[in-house]
Design a protein around this ligand. Structure first.
Ligand SMILES: *[C@@H]1O[C@H](CO)[C@@H](O)[C@H](O)[C@H]1NC(C)=O
Ligand SMILES: *[C@@H]1O[C@H](CO)[C@@H](O)[C@H](O)[C@H]1NC(C)=O
Ligand SMILES: *[C@@H]1O[C@H](CO)[C@@H](O)[C@H](O)[C@H]1NC(C)=O
Ligand SMILES: *[C@@H]1O[C@H](CO)[C@@H](O)[C@H](O)[C@H]1NC(C)=O
Ligand SMILES: *[C@@H]1O[C@H](CO)[C@@H](O)[C@H](O)[C@H]1NC(C)=O
Ligand SMILES: *[C@@H]1O[C@H](CO)[C@@H](O)[C@H](O)[C@H]1NC(C)=O
Ligand SMILES: *[C@@H]1O[C@H](CO)[C@@H](O)[C@H](O)[C@H]1NC(C)=O
Ligand SMILES: *[C@@H]1O[C@H](CO)[C@@H](O)[C@H](O)[C@H]1NC(C)=O
Length: 867
């Protein structure tokens, strides 16, 4: 490829003319591309370099370090995850700049590559700019830095599909944001790959939830916002069909604990593309893997297999779903029929892949249009599959192989939207901007930092003291209210989805809705003691109502006197405002007037998990409910540990910090003590020991070694608490029974673990399921963190236990399933092969010893080398 540069002057003709323009314009012209020409432009780099996919990237300059008003620069730092090509060099523009590519006619993928770092004197934060291609506005007021921060990515690329009329130029224009002082634009790489015009265009797509249809013609520009190989692994650019599309993993988008089951066709199975179905629609690997519902038809009726996608509102989206029936026993119509819902609207009432494709192992795809009306800037686009019972199919199940979601340009040619919603990361909000700083704040940190490993004894003593003093408090609290059975900061309540939907008026700070003190007083009837639902170290929690009683809230009012309270308040505010997960409470808002520290959450109708376990008037929870709650809580913790670049350690996992909403969905709460740990590395966070006695990781209080495995330990205690319906600590029992963790391990060693089972559950828990849950709980309590499973393994094993229970519940001992042979695998499982290998080989053994035949599904999912 030849790229040559034209200096500004040659375009602007005269120096006078030149100075008239506030924004300089210069052009890089790339010439002579035939119809199959692909352009990989490594902006700001020298020479020709190959990337990890073996593609050759060409420099956008000819051994010249400065072109017109632009500047070539290497990134100041290379984060370990960042590939060198094309990310480590950039071209920087301080005024408008156009790359002009001479291309053939037809549609092209244009991919823009960004690594927001400091470049020469230009700091990452000031890279705010617009990008246009001809009449299409791709990005406006775009900050690659904030995008990467919110997505928790180090680098990213954006993909567009545009039509270049009857040949000629494709002009990509970068313009620094005029409203940001010292702003600049930058680009690390530009890729232009022609694609067949017919892949994504059509005269009519049905609009879901609306009458009519819309078409994609040669005037439409698209932005690909999601492209997933459902149930399979990431397919890199070189694994695609010559179009260099990347197909990602779908697990981060699955909603709730019902993740179904990944399935895969045998290696020797041939996927046959029918005539009129070009190979380039999607690679074979997309069709060879899928996600299906569980092998248990009755259980499947109880849930939707759902995916949630954060998108901009005010656009129409093209949702393309790829299907291919790969289960050997599904070869005829009406064997697997399901409903497809998009944004709570029926897109397809009776999807039957075999009926559509007419044969098994033949791919088919379906396109749906969805319009998201303008509301709050972003919203979830939500896809759900549910078995169709009306058609009385052979099986109640559903399957999906791939998802592509495209944003369609508005009538004005716009594709630009807002920043993606933040997902967890290290807090970057400067709390001093938001909250009053108290002078005593820094003390805690200094004391914490100076406690060394040698002082463990003192820490231990202070814990005991702390425990005793809390015990006193607890007794007092019990007198004042029968619901306040807690002695550490009591729970927060929230519901992320309701939050996002009910409260459009989010403060720009992203910390949630700002309430005035008057509103809070009004909502709580001036902090009426009758509304008290809890008291903790931080302060009091009230039930509140707004909007004429239609919206219930939990309002946590901080003790402004407590220095620790300020810290915890701040931690919690920062953490919660960044976390969004079905199984984590999330914040609705806060109030910071009159030196009040108030956090506002959704009201959680069923209170804490502990209130439903023992010393309670409440109906005991069924075993299935308990398992679902464990799975939900495990999912929340797993998300804290791995959902973010920086591991978040909860530090205070216990049954009073697991809350239940009106649908008994478990939500992990109380992040007052949370710590973020360093990403990707297994060094620990050294810190003053905090947490709750009875749940504390022994390694943590012995050596102040805090890792995410400390949460795993506490979660093991929670599991035993649920199994046995007794407190983690019970001082009225004999010495060896005081600590539940020690007692459970003792019983396990003696082989009498079933003695600790909650009498209410006797005869209601399948022995295989009990063994499985007890086994995972014992592993969680391993003395050394390194020997404990990860939360992902715990989650996987609990889901397996649930399946054991459900198959036993139906009287079918054999793990009947319809997906054999499968060799998909669980991502969670895969994340920590060492830990899980030992667990799963044991779980297989224990299943065997109980006379169960582990099906091919599970044995293959458990095989880490499955694919
Ligand atoms: C680019 O550089 C090469 C040698 O370095 C030179 O032969 C060639 O003419 C240059 N091209 C342009 C367009 O300046
Ligand atoms: C530009 O984006 C920033 C956040 O990245 C936002 O604060 C600002 O309001 C936006 N400006 C405009 C004009 O949209
Ligand atoms: C779009 O297609 C129509 C015919 O279908 C053609 O007349 C028109 O020139 C095309 N426009 C572009 C921009 O390619
Ligand atoms: C692209 O930019 C060049 C130089 O500014 C201009 O001559 C050409 O008309 C532009 N082409 C399109 C399609 O906008
Ligand atoms: C594919 O391999 C499996 C064993 O791995 C075998 O049972 C099956 O018959 C093979 N199918 C074909 C079509 O060769
Ligand atoms: C599945 O989703 C639909 C549409 O959102 C909803 O009406 C239905 O209640 C859901 N079913 C279950 C079992 O969650
Ligand atoms: C989904 O739609 C049903 C009625 O079709 C409605 O009752 C329900 O509230 C909706 N769910 C959500 C979450 O919007
Ligand atoms: C997309 O933008 C182009 C250029 O502004 C416009 O002609 C076309 O109508 C837009 N498409 C849609 C679907 O609005």
């Amino acid at each position: 490829m030849m790229v040559y540069l034209m200096a500004c002057a040659s375009i602007m003709r005269t120096p006078e003319h030149f100075t008239c323009f506030l924004l300089l314009v210069s052009v890089i012209h790339a010439a002579n591309y035939g119809p199959t020409d692909r352009i990989f432009l490594n902006c700001g780099a020298n020479g020709e370099i190959s990337d990890d996919d073996g593609r050759k990237w060409t420099s956008d300059m000819n051994a010249s370090s400065s072109v017109g008003n632009s500047l070539a620069s290497d990134a100041a730092t290379q984060k370990p995850s960042v590939p060198t090509t094309p990310y480590m060099s950039a071209r920087i523009f301080q005024s408008e700049f156009t790359y002009s590519f001479t291309v053939s006619s037809g549609r092209k993928f244009v991919r823009l590559y960004f690594y927001p770092a400091d470049y020469a004197k230009h700091v990452a934060k000031l890279g705010v700019f617009s990008v246009d291609i001809g009449p299409y506005s791709l990005l406006r007021n775009f900050s690659a830095f904030e995008t990467a921060t919110n997505l928790n990515y180090d680098f990213f690329s954006k993909e567009y599909s545009v039509n270049t009329g009857s040949g000629g130029d494709l002009n990509v224009t970068f313009t620094p944001d005029p409203n940001t002082p010292d702003s600049y634009a930058f680009i690390n790489g530009i890729e232009i790959v022609p694609h067949p015009d017919d892949i994504y265009s059509s005269k009519g797509f049905t609009l879901v939830g609306a009458s009519g249809s819309f078409g994609i013609d040669n005037t439409t520009a698209l932005e690909n916002v999601y492209r997933l190989n459902v149930g399979g692994q990431t397919i890199s650019a070189s694994g695609d069909t010559g179009l260099f599309r990347r197909w990602g993993d779908d697990t981060p988008y699955i909603y709730g604990s019902a993740i179904g089951i990944p399935v895969a066709a045998d290696q020797n199975v041939t996927i046959s593309y029918p005539s009129g179905f070009p190979d380039y629609v999607a690679p074979v690997e997309v069709y060879k893997t899928a996600r299906a519902m569980l092998p248990n038809p009755q259980a499947n009726l109880g849930f939707n297999l759902s995916w949630y996608f954060d998108v901009d509102t005010g656009f129409t989206y093209l949702v393309r779903l790829h299907f291919c029936e790969i289960a050997p026993d599904k070869t005829k119509p009406n064997q697997r029929v399901f409903e497809i819902l998009i944004n709570n609207q029926t897109a397809e009432a009776a999807a039957d892949v075999i009926l559509w494709a007419s044969e098994s192992k033949v791919p088919v795809y379906k396109d749906y249009g969805v319009f998201l009306p303008l509301g709050s800037p972003r919203q979830d686009l939500w896809l759900a599959l549910h078995p169709n019972t009306y058609m009385t199919p052979m099986d109640y199940n559903a399957i999906l192989n791939g998802i592509e979601i495209f944003k369609v340009n508005t009538s004005g040619g716009n594709l630009a939207g807002s920043l993606p919603n933040p997902i967890p990361s290290q807090p970057i909000i400067d709390p001093s901007r938001v909250l009053p700083l108290s002078k005593s704040d820094h003390k805690g940190g200094i004391i914490g930092g100076s406690i060394g490993g040698g002082l463990a004894g003192i820490v231990f003593v202070s814990l005991v003291v702390c425990f005793l003093s809390h015990k006193g408090k607890r007794q007092k609290n019990q007198n004042s209210s029968d619901r306040t059975s807690n002695w550490l900061p009591l729970s927060l309540y929230g519901n992320s989805d309701a939050t996002a939907k009910t409260y459009g008026s989010y403060a720009p700070s992203n910390l949630g809705r700002h309430f005035t003190f008057a509103e809070i007083k009004d909502a709580t009837n001036n902090f009426d003691e009758d509304r008290l639902v809890g008291v903790g170290g931080f302060g009091k929690v009230y039930r509140g109502e707004i909007d004429g009683g239609t919206t219930k809230l939990a309002i946590k009012r901080g003790n402004s006197l407590s220095g620790q309270g300020v810290n915890e308040f701040r931690t919690e505010l920062e953490m919660l405002s960044k976390l969004r997960h079905r199984h984590l409470v999330s914040l609705i808002g806060y109030c910071e007037e009159n030196s009040e520290m108030i956090l506002v959450y959704d009201y959680m109708a069923h209170g804490t998990l502990r209130e439903h376990l023992y010393k309670t008037q409440n109906q005991p929870l069924t075993w299935k409910q308990r398992l679902d709650i464990c799975i939900g809580a495990a999912r929340g913790l797993h998300y804290l540990h791995t959902g973010a670049k920086h591991t978040i350690i909860h530090r205070d996992v216990k049954t009073t910090n697991i809350l239940l909403d009106e649908n008994w969905v478990a939500k992990v709460s109380d992040f007052g003590l949370s710590k973020t740990g360093p990403a990707m590395d297994h060094t620990h966070v050294s810190t003053v020991v905090k947490g709750s006695f009875g749940y504390l990781d022994p390694e943590y209080y012995r050596r102040q070694k805090l890792t995410e495995k400390s949460d795993v330990y506490s979660f093991g205690v929670v599991l035993f608490e649920i199994l046995s319906a007794r407190p983690a600590l019970n001082l009225t029992l004999s010495k060896e029974q005081v600590s539940l963790a020690e007692w459970a391990l003792h019983c396990h060693k003696k082989g009498i673990l079933d003695e600790i089972l909650d009498p209410y559950l006797r005869g209601k828990v399948s022995p295989e399921c009990f063994t499985k849950v007890a086994e995972i709980a014992v592993k969680c309590l391993a003395d050394e963190g390194i020997r404990r499973p990860s939360m992902g393994d715990v989650l996987w094993n609990l889901e397996f236990a649930l399946q054991l229970q459900e198959s036993a519940g139906e009287g079918s001992v054999e793990m009947e399933n319809d997906e054999t042979p499968l060799n998909g695998k669980s991502k969670d499982f895969n994340e920590s092969v060492t830990d899980s290998t030992s667990i799963t080989s044991q779980s297989l053994a224990s299943v065997d010893s109980n006379g169960l035949t582990p099906s091919a599904v599970f044995s293959q999912i458990m095989n880490p080398n499955g694919r």
